[in-house]
Design a protein around this ligand. Structure first.
Ligand code: NAP
Length: 292
């Protein structure tokens, strides 16, 4: 029987998950169809309930439902409890299991570059869901200290407890001119950008929060924003000679982790990567054409 996996979000038209997940199912000859469901808030309970059907293997959950969807699930993994949001649902005999593969996505990207971050310092810009996943990932790779810089400082403070006993977390102003921000950035081995700035159709597409002059060639600059692939932050990091890591890598790796949960099979990462990049390019071209 053909099975379905859905993407539950609103809107979903810009998502590239359908392209790279379908490419992966097809490459492995799996009879699975990945469908994007545009689900407004009022329809969320019904959409999640549909996932209990035996023809549905599960779902991805995206903005704005990553937190609200938790209410309708039966079980959660540890990453969901720490991050407070779900991005993957698996249907096992009508029971819905919520998972958060963003943490695994970040970890797998960092593991793929084969650098030991144990005992180093990190800076995370932002304090939303993506930043929370980044804090949990930093704890798991043995980073010693994380500084969180966020526009709304109260939200940054909420993340301090995620460090547990292993990870020392402090917060600072999100201001490239502030001395404490500058010293946190210059002392970091990895700088993770997790705000919505620099993102196509986001609050400011050209903004970069970390001046190039603060970064050095021995640092790793990881932007969780994936559209465009070369964000203003990554361009500044590249100018400084730092190693840049694109959010597209995280997107593919979090999707690959979801693929493993749904199918129990090893995902074809390079096929997913190629399909994600092709889809991203075509959506960028279409959106540029709309603007003209
Ligand atoms: P979120 O929960 O809405 O958080 C947004 C963050 O951006 C908050 O820290 C917010 O600061 C900050 N922000 C928004 N507008 C700002 C502005 N004008 N100036 C300064 N800071 C601003 O969103 P999220 O889910 O964490 O996502 C953040 C980014 O990560 C998005 O671009 C998303 O696409 C990306 N992401 C990528 C992946 C991937 O797989 N690559 C996965 C998840 C998310 P305040 O707290 O002050 O509002």
């Amino acid at each position: 029987m053909r099975q379905t996996i859905s993407l539950i979000g609103h809107p979903v038209v810009h998502s590239i998950s359908p392209a790279f997940q379908q490419a992966a199912f097809d490459a492995l000859g799996l009879d699975i169809q990945y469908e994007a469901w545009d689900v407004p808030d009022v329809e969320l309970p019904i959409a999640v309930e549909r996932l209990r059907s035996s023809s549905l293997l599960g779902a991805n959950v995206t903005i704005p439902h990553k937190v609200t969807a938790l209410r309708f699930l039966d079980h959660f993994d540890g990453a969901v409890e720490l991050v407070g949001a779900v991005n993957t649902i698996v249907n096992r005999d009508g029971q819905l299991y919520g998972m958060n593969t963003d943490v695994e996505g970040i970890l797998n990207v960092l593991n793929s570059i084969d650098v030991d971050f144990t005992g180093t310092n990190a800076v995370i810009l932002g304090a939303g869901g993506a930043a929370r996943a980044a804090v949990v990932a930093m704890r798991q790779i043995g980073v010693a200290r994380v500084t969180i810089a966020n526009r709304t400082s109260a939200r940054a403070h909420e993340l301090v407890k995620l460090g547990g006993t292993e990870l020392d977390i402090e917060t600072c102003q999100l201001d490239g001119m502030a001395r404490e921000f500058q010293s946190a950035v210059t002392g970091a081995r990895v700088i993770i950008h997790a705000t919505s700035l620099g993102m196509n159709h986001g609050p400011d597409e050209t903004a970069n929060l970390v001046p190039s002059g603060l970064m050095t060639p021995d640092q790793f600059a990881f932007d969780l924003v994936y559209t465009p692939e070369q964000t203003p932050f990554l361009q500044a990091a590249d100018q400084a000679g730092a190693t840049t890591i694109s959010g597209l890598a995280m997107l593919v790796h979090q999707g690959a982790a979801a693929f493993r949960h749904w199918t129990g099979q090893e995902p074809p990462i390079s096929i997913m990567f190629d399909a994600a990049r092709t889809s991203l390019d075509s959506k960028t071209d279409a959106s540029d054409a709309e603007m003209r």
